[in-house]
Write a protein that binds this ligand. Structure first.
Ligand code: G3P
Ligand code: MG
Length: 244
């Protein structure tokens, strides 16, 4: 069954990459949760999508130019007009603790945000955190930056690793040639362009960002491994409808 993976949490209904968005993703029954990880100035694992804090907080500047203590002063939720709420920027450890508390049983997709800024040593720090405790749920690593995936593979041979890309033929080819790559996370447009080849594709396919009903139906009916969506509740409802 195609996994419904909440993109940056339930991004369509709650401020992205916040504990509120992840809690909502669990509440609606998402099969998976995706988040983006970067490094603060003092090498802490920060859950945020953009390389700067300007769009999603009340602060300014690059994530990597601020310490965790400085980032923790900011509000990462009031900017979201649809459903504003005061939220801290979470660390990866805080998200994992929340998922444990909420008894999340699904898949956590940790996207290493190193495509624009190559945070030195981030892969090692993430693997260390994830291995330091026995997390009671499944997790995987993904990145747009292939070198991060290779580093993860060097450090940790037992984890699922996926390559994220938009429409890159080169990245698709590289993913196919690399045995350690379990799957691809392409832009949904890639799926639309490759409809004829989906059944034969030899690796897992989990596109992003699948928000429209007809695109969800297409992915479900082709039994893709998963979809990343801003609206997990809507996707789950549609999946249930087409299965019955
Ligand atoms: O990991 C899938 C998706 O999150 C990739 O795009 O830019 O939302 O991180 P982005
Ligand atoms: Mg992402």
């Amino acid at each position: 069954m195609t996994k419904v993976i909440a993109h940056r949490g339930s991004k369509g209904t709650h401020p992205e990459n916040t504990l509120a968005a992840f809690k909502e993703a669990v509440r609606v029954g998402s099969d998976g949760i995706e988040l983006d990880v970067q490094l603060s100035k003092d090498n802490q694992l920060i859950v945020m999508h953009d390389e700067t804090i300007d769009r999603t907080t009340n602060g300014h500047g690059e994530v990597g130019s601020l310490t965790l203590a400085e980032l923790k002063q900011l509000d990462a939720g009031s900017w979201f007009e649809k459903n504003p709420m005061v939220q801290e920027i979470p660390t990866l450890e805080e998200v994992v603790m929340l998922l444990r508390k909420e008894n999340f049983q699904g898949l956590l997709n940790i996207e290493i945000k190193t495509d624009k800024i190559h945070y030195k040593g981030i892969e090692q720090i993430i693997v260390q955190l994830m291995k330091s405790q026995r997390w009671p749920f499944e997790y995987m690593y993904s990145s747009f930056y292939f070198k991060s995936l290779e580093k993860i593979w060097e450090i940790e041979k037992n984890q699922t690793i996926a390559s994220v890309f938009d429409m890159s033929e080169e990245k698709e080819k590289r993913a196919l040639q690399s045995e350690f790559i379990e799957g691809i996370h392409p832009k949904i447009d890639w799926v639309l362009e490759h409809v004829e080849d989906l059944a034969e594709f030899p690796k897992a396919i989990r596109p992003w960002t699948v928000n429209e009903e007809e695109k969800m139906i297409l992915c479900f009916s082709h039994h893709l491994a998963g979809i990343h969506t801003d609206y997990p509740a809507k996707a789950l409802k549609i999946r249930e409808l087409i299965q019955n």
